[in-house]
Design a protein. Structure first.
Length: 370
């Protein structure tokens, strides 16, 4: 056997082994299972129903998202029926009806498997409550699929104290054949096509609150709104407390559905080697605009502050302070008054500052101290 033949045989053997290892690796990845619950979400006032379909995994596993009318708030988990140890999905194929639009949409798309599997595998740290101040390791346990007007689809991964967007996808308008509709048995699926039922859902106050229905009446659907929630800015929360006190933990709840419970200054100082930078309250990073923030601190008592922002005001403020430099560092500064009864809020970037005067601010002393 000459050298050329030996080389070719060796090369072919190497290729065969490499392909086999790749297949085994892919098979192992496909077989990796985690405990999670499916859920759906829709913006307040814009309920949807999944007609059929759901989340698909590369090993053939399927999780249906058909579970009844989805209402509530954007990013908020609603429904969910299939809890258990399951493969992580890599594809979404679903048909749903948007009752506000009286339109059916279909999304048939790959979703970010690699991002999800990494998050499931690594978990995250979150502050502990009560008597145990040590950082607590948590796992993600929910995959939420949100449906907004215009065919917008967003997937989040969620766990206690944390929710992160996986990706934004888009459905297309479709028409279900009349023959298929006629063949449906009387019940929830067939009701989705009934104009009277569609109208009833929009005026069912258990699904769309009366004040929301009245506020939306006669107004056009704000297409693009939910995409605007996804705009990121380089901002950090700053808390100025009386007597040079330091915050203990911080919560950030964004309009786009993301949620973070972060370690405050006292915990970061106490556990500097344990707490990762991405869950420290003052680590600079790009984030979407918050709808609410909260934080606590301790002196002789424990105090808790919560700030709920006016949506129009805070979006306008972020736009204003970043108008000259989109990547500018921005501080969302909360200053608590000396009596510890209220606070003021402003957005600061360089010499620019905008007061957020319409924020709802609450500061209170709690009944316990850590």
């Amino acid at each position: 056997m000459n050298k050329t033949i030996k080389y070719l045989l060796s090369f072919l053997f190497f290729i065969q082994i490499s392909c086999q290892k790749k297949k085994e690796h892919q098979k192992t990845k496909a077989m990796t299972k985690y405990e999670w619950l499916d859920a759906t979400s829709a913006p307040l006032g814009y309920p949807v129903d999944v007609y059929r379909g759901g989340l698909e995994s590369s090993d053939g596993e399927f999780t249906s998202l058909y579970s009844g009318t989805t209402a509530g708030s954007w990013g908020e988990a609603n429904r969910g029926m299939n809890n258990g140890e399951k493969s992580i999905p890599n594809h979404l194929h679903v048909i749903w009806v948007s009752y506000a639009e009286k339109i059916f949409y279909e999304a048939d798309t790959d979703i970010d498997y690699e991002k999800m599997i990494a998050l499931f595998r690594n978990g995250y740290y979150t502050p502990s409550d009560g008597d145990d101040p040590n950082p607590r390791k948590e796992n993600y346990n929910q995959i939420i699929v949100g449906f907004a007007p215009g065919g917008v689809v967003v997937v989040w991964l969620s766990g206690g104290g944390r929710q992160v967007e996986i990706g934004r996808y888009e459905g297309k308008k479709i028409t279900i054949p009349k023959s298929e509709i006629d063949a449906l048995s009387p019940g929830p699926q067939k009701n989705m096509f009934d104009p009277g039922y569609q109208s009833k859902i929009m005026h069912e106050f258990g699904i769309v609150p009366e004040e929301v229905a009245k506020a939306n009446e006669g107004k056009p659907i704000p297409y693009g709104l939910w995409d605007s929630y996804r705009t990121e800015y380089n901002w950090t929360l700053v808390t100025e407390l009386p007597n040079d006190l330091k915050n203990k933990d911080v919560g950030i709840y964004a309009y786009n559905g993301n949620r973070e419970e972060l370690f405050g200054e006292t915990l970061v100082q106490k556990y500097p080697k344990i707490i990762p930078d991405n869950v420290k309250w003052n680590t600079p990073q790009k984030r979407t605009i918050p709808g609410k923030v909260d934080f606590s601190w301790v002196d002789e008592n424990r105090y808790y502050s919560e700030i709920e922002f006016d949506k129009n005001e805070i979006f306008s403020a972020f736009k204003e302070v970043s108008s000259a430099e989109p990547n500018a560092e921005i501080e969302l500064k909360v200053t608590v008054n000396i009596p510890k009864t209220s606070a003021s809020v402003q957005l600061i970037s360089g010499k620019k500052q905008v007061w957020l005067k319409n924020s709802k601010i609450m500061v209170r002393k709690t009944k316990y101290k850590d």
